[in-house]
Design a protein around this ligand. Structure first.
Ligand SMILES: O=P(O)(O)OC[C@H]1O[C@H](OP(=O)(O)OP(=O)(O)O)[C@H](O)[C@@H]1O
Ligand code: HPA
Ligand SMILES: [Mg+2]
Length: 179
């Protein structure tokens, strides 16, 4: 698994430091608002778990599964809801937790869905931002690291469902997906 990684971009420690910072900012900004923190499965599962441990105010959590990449390094352009939320977002301050914003299609779709369901406010926390690939103009309110135009894996991020369990984030060797 490690042999398929060309370069480690962020170590486990660097990610933990950043997640702690993000948690502190969210704790400060959402004091008294009991936010509904939404994990966008599957990619955000590790980030979500680490982030909520760094948030010190009361909150609720829920999960939504969406997918558009499948076994490819490019978005199919079609975002599918695979599992929907259990808790209603109506009148709630929601925080969408994403591992990565790449084309922006997943996030723009989710924001649209949550707006139509009358969330009171929608805030985005994304650990990684890959602006080079953006096709929809949007940004995260809380952002971890801005990364180069390369397909990355680890810390929840996959290629064809593999590599999610790497504790760090690295660039996948192009030969892994180019044949
Ligand atoms: O900005 P975008 O181009 O839409 O890319 C970002 C999305 O793509 C990945 O999900 P994916 O569809 O691979 O599902 P997964 O989380 O189950 O891996 C990632 O976890 C984000 O949700
Ligand atoms: O670079 C990426 N890696 C893994 N999954 C992704 N989904 C969008 N971009 C990426
Ligand atoms: Mg994926």
């Amino acid at each position: 698994m490690q042999n398929d990684v060309q370069e480690v971009l962020y170590s486990e420690q660097q990610i933990q430091d950043k997640v702690k910072e993000m948690g502190e900012l969210i704790s400060r900004d959402f004091e008294g608002r009991n936010p509904l923190v939404i994990c966008v499965l599957k990619g955000a599962f590790i980030f979500m778990a680490d982030l909520v441990k760094q948030i010190t105010i009361p909150l609720e959590i829920d999960f939504m599964a969406v997918s558009s990449y499948g076994a490819s390094t490019k978005s199919s352009g079609v975002v599918k809801i695979i599992k929907d939320l259990d808790i209603s977002v109506e009148g709630r301050h929601v925080i969408i937790v994403e591992d990565i914003i790449d084309s922006g299609l997943t996030l723009s779709y989710l924001i649209d869905v949550l707006e139509r369901r009358n969330a009171k406010s929608i805030t985005v926390a994304a650990l990684f931002d890959k602006p080079a690939r953006r096709t929809v103009d949007l940004d995260a309110d809380y952002k971890g690291y801005v990364i180069p135009d390369a397909f990355v894996v680890g810390y929840g991020l996959d290629y064809g469902e593999k590599y999610r369990n790497l504790p760090y984030v690295g660039i996948l060797k192009p030969e892994v997906y180019s044949h």
